[in-house]
Design a protein around this ligand. Structure first.
Ligand SMILES: [Zn+2]
Length: 293
């Protein structure tokens, strides 16, 4: 298998989950290096062959699988959005934000990564030479995408490939309503202007394929919102009961990691539905439960 695929004059792509983007200018930009010592070795060897000694690492968001080897690829600078920076720098805060718990041990977590130094906290949108770093909030609040002047868009975890959707059932969005707005933005703008679209967990997409995968992600979020409202009109439930019902209806087997991650999505969704007057929170013998109004 080819280690690096050229996508444009200046842009390369390394397959993986997450995938990594490399953009070559007078400096080398590495977007989302990923995790694992093998991956770090591979990226270092690619950088060596490029014969440039100034490497800038851009992180699209703070999740451990995207950032774990950032310092291991020896960049001069590490960039991340201002909003996501605290959770790149502090692994305890990161786990708390990602899962709702501050676990240090890897037992309950999907991935683990150390504290990572941040050299530049970006106010986005941010433009540098041939790169545009744009806000794509939803998956995390400070999530960004990176657009290149040779028509490649690296959109990270703003949406997911079909295999991820069917494996996890409830895709991870810190704020699903913001994610829906971001999906509209991508469909109306990026999927029109850019030839090649890359997500971190899924295939390389053409414009048309991108639109199709976006629809699947949108449909999934809307389906979950409807399932939540349906389940709550049958009887009040707490977020864990809701997560179990929905995963079951989507034929996905629950495990502790998936339940913790689903819980974050559902709490965010329910707080928005509460704001809209659709549900309300009750303190009962079973703990906090949500009731349809
Ligand atoms: Zn992520």
């Amino acid at each position: 298998m080819e280690a690096v695929k050229k996508l444009g004059k200046k842009t390369m792509y390394i397959r993986g989950s997450p995938s990594t983007l490399i953009y070559l200018d007078e400096k080398v930009y590495v977007v989302d290096p990923g995790l694992g010592s093998k991956r770090a070795k591979k990226i270092r060897s690619i950088i060596r062959k490029l014969n440039k000694n100034y490497v800038i690492c851009i992180l699209t968001h703070y999740h451990a699988d995207h950032i774990a080897i950032s310092e291991k690829i020896k960049p001069r600078e590490i960039w991340v959005s201002e909003k996501d920076a605290p959770y790149v720098e502090d692994s305890v805060l990161r786990n708390y934000m990602t899962y709702g718990y501050a676990f240090k041990s890897a037992d309950y977590l999907l991935y683990n990564a150390p504290d990572i130094r941040v050299d530049c906290k970006l106010k986005v949108p941010y433009r540098i030479n041939g790169l545009d770093i744009i806000p794509l909030p939803g998956h995390t609040l400070g999530h960004v995408g990176v657009l290149t002047d040779d028509s490649v868009a690296y959109l990270a975890d703003s949406f997911f490939g079909e295999r991820v959707l069917s494996n996890v059932g409830i895709p991870y969005y810190f704020n699903p309503f913001l994610a829906l707005q971001t999906l509209d933005y991508i469909e109306e703008n990026i999927a029109v202007d850019y030839e090649t679209i890359i997500i971190s967990h899924g295939p390389v997409l053409s414009k048309d394929e991108c639109k199709e995968v976006i629809s699947k992600n949108r449909e999934r979020i809307v389906k979950i919102v409807n399932m939540v409202l349906e389940e709550l009109s049958k009887s009040p439930k707490n977020t864990m009961e809701l997560a179990l019902k929905i995963l079951n209806r989507l034929s996905v087997e629950a495990n502790h990691t998936l339940l913790m991650l689903s819980n974050v999505f559902l709490k965010s969704l329910l707080s928005k539905l509460e704001e809209q007057g659709e549900v309300k929170l009750l303190a009962t013998e079973r703990g906090l439960v949500w009731k349809k109004t």
